[in-house]
Design a protein around this ligand. Sequence first.
Ligand code: ADP
Length: 426
Amino acid sequence: MTILLGCIADDFTGGTDLAGMLVKAGMRTVQMIGVPQEPIGDDIDAVVIALKSRTNPVEEAIAESLAALRWLQQAGCKQFYFKYCSTFDSTPKGNIGPVAEALMQALHSDFTIACPAFPVNGRTIYKGHLFVGDILLSDSGMRHHPLTPMTDANLVKVLQAQIKGKAGLVDYGVIRQGPEAIKARFDKLKAEGCNFAVPDAITNDDLLAIGAACADMPLVTAGSGIALGLPQNFRKAGLLAECQVADALPHTGGLRAVISGSCSIATQGQVAAMREKHPAFNIDPFELARGKDVVGAALEWAKGKIEKEPVLFYATATPEAVKAVQTQLGTEKAGSLVEDAMAAIAQGLVAMGVGQLIVAGGETSGAVVKALGVTGLRIGPEIDPGVPWTTGITKETTQRPLALALKSGNFGTPDFFLKAWSKLAS
Ligand code: ADP
């Protein structure tokens, strides 16, 4: 196994975002939930280890990131990527700067970039200042973020406050001259005692040029945008095939089901569209609270139906209905009752022979993935922006492969639950 790029993401959805970018750029990618404890398979070009290190205490974030780095080093990765949010979510204490410096030290590297730019999502950098759409980061909603309020858009200053070393700007005039000029500026910054370069970037072409200039850097720190520019370096070095299919998944076959614990507006439309075409079972939180065996009833109900067509299990309800449940049961209690039920249904479905499962809802997905013992995801074809099919990686390698699509609340078109199956090899 030769893994080329080893990535450490500071949160799960950020990891998914990066993994999706790498697959689009032609790298076969898996995303692991935490540091892997098990074999992750062959034929992989990039691994993204997703941590929850964005806002935890800096010492913990460093320790977790170093543990991830050690695993990636042992896997033989040629280059390393520390992925953070495109709005540079952090405080003067960190965690971006301190984690980046700890990774550099472990890699014996004295220079890297810090580049959260992601132009297609409106994150651009000019004169070191990060813009969110048309406004400065410090004028955006991020200034009120509960955990990481961003009140200064000047990234050189924001980063400088977090690091022991020195940060410097590579301004747009240099970026426009291409990779050689950018590399020359990196050398100049290094000679001036800098350890971090903050490159301006306004377009995808800028990211490609910066990516090319980073070919020999042991560590890159960035949002997911720079992922566009790195695969080309591996191709140039003859390490990555010119045009390979990066999103192929193993054939799973098996029965099909959808579990929806999301009450977001997009999911409500998707549930309504599926209910018109296929059998659907409603999970009632009040029945769960009364101690009724809803899970058993749901699985029994599915028999005789699921062999013929996809079936839906949903707790999805209108805001008024959710409010009524939450008022009576308490918000957290209602949430965990439903999540636990959905997770148990998922286990029952897999035991019944389900091989293709869609889960709607971020928290719901977390509960289902945990119950199924899934510790990582091999990223496959995209169903809608931000939602790929994946196959679950489990500690139990004898388990038959399971295709999983984990959909956050507001993602996907109204026919998502109907059209998704056609993206999998039948
Ligand atoms: P989303 O991605 O749409 O935010 P999540 O799964 O993250 O979806 O969150 C939805 C939360 O609402 C979960 O904790 C789920 O258990 C809970 N929930 C789902 N249906 C109901 C319901 N009918 N009443 C109350 N809570 C519900």
